[in-house]
Design a binder for this molecule. Structure first.
Ligand code: ASP
Length: 325
């Protein structure tokens, strides 16, 4: 072997050893999980529940950083640009798949700028209103919205948020445009709904169940194909006459593209362990959802879900002609 080639070979070997040692040690310090919405909302709730169990499994703390705004795209952009070392990750939802169509100018590419880690859960949504909103059931709710569309206010967590997506489907279904009010997350939106400053919202059960059960807000329907055990009296949107408003919000964890595969695998294994924990399953069940299976909590399953959902939502959004710009 020529000396130069031998030196190059030695250098490559040393680099390989260094990478292996690095990945074996991973994680050596705390990991930041960016939630692209405010604290106290549904994405934040899921992230904290799962993050705590993943921390135990990884032996390092996962801390949550809330970066709300622009329907989740600001937080996602921050992770896309972060160092690809496994110490910054993102918890996001269906908004990753709708953003590239809703935002014609987007600071990141959901497919090429991220290394998917795995699916986390799939959360149904609920059509809810402030506690003293006049309608009492789905039929009177739909009629009331049609009759008062110009005065009703509907909250969402910005264009691209699940609440925006569901609101868009709802308005298409009732045939009435409603004044929407964007928040940095569904957490602050819920505070204002409970306070009566806003009229209606479509939001995930992870944010609404306790409020519905406590009577601080009123609920009209769930957006899942079946009724939910924890809210058995609520009809599905299809039963209630709005079959087009069927939506469940899948969540996934992503690392920046270029993150060492060993770190992605370690995160994925920790995610699977967290989701198999009975305490996590019980907490999810109380909030109307369930952990993803071990097969779904993998890079391959999230990669596939993301690309199929981008294709699924593109024509819906284009037909609605609703863009963020
Ligand atoms: N995920 C919520 C939404 O899309 C926002 C949040 O988590 O705060 O509406």
């Amino acid at each position: 072997m020529a000396p130069v080639t031998r030196i190059a070979g030695l250098a490559a070997g040393a680099m390989l050893l260094a990478t292996t040692a690095l990945s074996q040690a991973y994680p050596e310090r705390q990991i930041t999980m960016v939630v692209p919405f405010s604290a106290g909302g549904p994405t934040d709730t899921v992230a904290r529940l799962v993050g705590e169990k993943m921390s135990e499994e990884l032996g390092q703390q996962i801390i949550i950083e809330n970066v709300g705004g622009a329907g989740g795209t600001l937080g996602a952009a921050q992770v896309a640009e972060a160092e690809a070392d496994g110490y910054t990750i993102l918890m996001h939802h269906i908004g990753m798949a709708t953003a590239p169509t809703l935002y014609r100018e987007l600071a990141f590419d959901p497919v090429t700028d991220f290394a998917p880690v795995g699916l986390v859960t799939e959360v149904p949504m609920t059509l809810v209103a402030r506690a003293d909103f006049e309608p009492t059931d789905m039929a009177s709710f739909i009629q009331y919205v049609k009759d008062n569309a110009d005065t009703i206010t509907m909250a969402n967590a910005g264009i691209g948020a699940a609440s925006h997506l569901c609101g868009m489907l709802f308005m298409q279904a009732v045939g009435a445009p409603i004044v929407t009010v964007p928040y940095q997350g569904a957490g602050p939106a819920m505070t204002e709904l409970v306070g009566g400053q806003i009229d209606i919202m479509c939001d995930q059960t992870t944010n609404t169940t306790e409020q519905i059960q406590g009577g601080t807000i009123k609920a009209f329907a769930v957006t899942s194909p079946e009724r939910l055990d924890i809210l058995p009296d609520l009809p599905t949107t299809t039963e209630g006459g709005l079959p087009g408003v069927e939506v469940t919000v899948w969540h996934g964890i992503y690392a920046p593209a270029g993150t060492p595969p060993e770190a992605v695998d370690r995160l994925s294994t920790a995610l699977q362990t967290a989701l198999a924990d009975p305490e996590v399953a019980a907490s999810f069940a109380e909030l109307g959802t369930a952990p993803s299976s071990a097969e779904d909590a993998t890079p391959a399953a999230l990669t596939e879900r993301l690309s199929s959902e981008i294709e699924r939502w593109r024509p819906v959004i284009e037909e609605a002609g609703v863009y963020a710009d």
